[in-house]
Design a protein around this ligand. Structure first.
Ligand SMILES: [Zn+2]
Length: 396
């Protein structure tokens, strides 16, 4: 007898080649059975018997969502929010903190955040030792805050959680010349054999200066922002260097954030056949009540801009899992693995959603979470983020 079964839904795991009506059963925290509905026989029927059976009809069961860019160091970083309230309860079973902590503050992040959360949390370690504490002073405006030896030592101590090095290259964090900060991050990442994640919004120089520093597996986050330092050249076309960077394996991540996602930039990129590799939220205290709200609302916006459901699911499951080298643990549906799933529903309506560039558009399909399964346990979720409401339809 299984512990839990999800029956009657559509299972979708593009990387795992699953798309169709499947029933799933979970036992002892592991995914025990995945069986196509068409293939249901009496034998199959008994295989999915469970103590608790959830009717998943109308839902899309996907691998537990992986949000590649979040900020979860609540109480220490001004950006911090509670992971379980804003990630797990919103459909994200794995959240990656993007540089909230540095070498000197990571032990607290591990002890007081990661180890207490039900959300599975990994982290990019900020190359600045203090991480992202305050907005008053950028973390590398004074480059003396950056330390390669400390970052390398800390990441080696916490290899189970630290998946890369983060550096923010905007003028607010590094002043007008981002290169010294980038060189520190590059050196630390190379010594560790881990990727660098670069925040590219508000760089004083065109992104072409940065790309020669990036190789396969490195991540450009905030790829669809509309400020200085973006992926489009002065001619309004994608920089050829950006396309070549992708061809050699550089990953382009959405990182929506407070001001780092523009509908028009996203559409222009899709029109040039340049979809994002991963769709992350950059959820933090200053955007959780809008314009981001959460990861599934971010997915809704990319769907609205023209990506397919299959593409956005891949960009929020297997793609980010691969980017942090954890695809063997999360990001796909496979029998024998820890049961880590998200059930989504596509809600038609008129949802007025802001981007991060002062535009508001009416999105006609909202992706909402209905249930998460983490460690084999079904956890109810809040379908709608606070602040997301449907526009009233005018009578007649
Ligand atoms: Zn961020």
């Amino acid at each position: 007898m299984n512990d839990l079964a999800l029956v009657g839904g559509r299972a979708l795991d593009p990387a795992g080649g699953i798309d169709g009506r499947f029933d799933l059963a979970i036992k002892d925290g592991r995914l025990e059975v995945v069986v196509a509905r068409d293939a249901r026989s009496e034998a199959a029927e008994s295989r999915i018997e469970a103590i608790e059976t959830v009717d998943a009809s109308g839902w899309i069961v996907v691998p537990g969502l992986v949000d590649l860019h979040t900020h979860l160091y609540e109480g220490v970083s001004h950006y911090g929010i509670d992971a379980d309230a804003h990630c797990l309860a919103r459909g994200v079973t794995t959240a990656v903190d993007a540089g909230s902590s540095g070498a000197q503050t990571f032990p607290g992040f591990r002890r007081y955040v990661v180890e207490r959360a039900t959300t599975r949390i990994y982290a990019f370690l900020n190359v600045a030792v203090q991480g992202m504490i305050s907005r008053l002073v950028g973390e590398l405006e004074d480059i003396r805050w950056g330390s390669v030896p400390q970052a390398v030592a800390r990441a080696r101590e916490h290899r189970d959680l630290i998946v890369g090095i983060k550096v923010r290259l905007g003028y607010q964090m590094v002043g007008d010349d981002p290169e010294p900060a980038m060189l520190l991050a590059r050196q630390a990442a190379d010594e560790l054999g881990l990727p660098v994640m670069c925040h590219i919004i508000d760089m004083r120089h065109p992104i072409t200066w940065l790309l020669p520093h990036l190789g396969a597996g490195d991540i450009v986050t905030h790829c669809f922002h509309a400020n200085e330092g973006g992926i489009f050249g002065p001619d309004g076309r994608l920089f050829p260097e950006v396309r070549r960077a992708r061809q050699r394996g550089v990953i382009f991540d959405v990182g929506h954030g407070q001001g780092s996602f523009s509908y028009s930039v996203a559409r222009a990129a899709l029109a040039e056949d340049f979809p994002p590799d991963s769709v992350s939220s950059d959820l933090h205290s200053h955007n959780v009540e809008g314009p981001v709200f959460d990861e599934t609302t971010t997915l809704s916006k990319l769907l609205h801009c023209g990506m397919t459901l299959s593409e956005v699911v891949e960009a929020a499951t297997s793609a980010p899992a691969a980017a942090i080298d954890r695809l063997s643990e999360v990001g796909t549906i496979a029998v024998g693995r820890e049961a880590d799933l998200t059930a989504l529903e596509l809600c038609p309506g008129r949802w007025s959603l802001p981007d991060g560039a002062e535009e508001e558009e009416v999105v006609e399909t909202l992706v909402v979470p209905r249930l998460v399964v983490r460690g084999g346990r079904a956890i109810p979720v809040e379908p709608l983020a606070r602040g997301v409401t449907e526009l009233e339809v005018a009578p007649g």
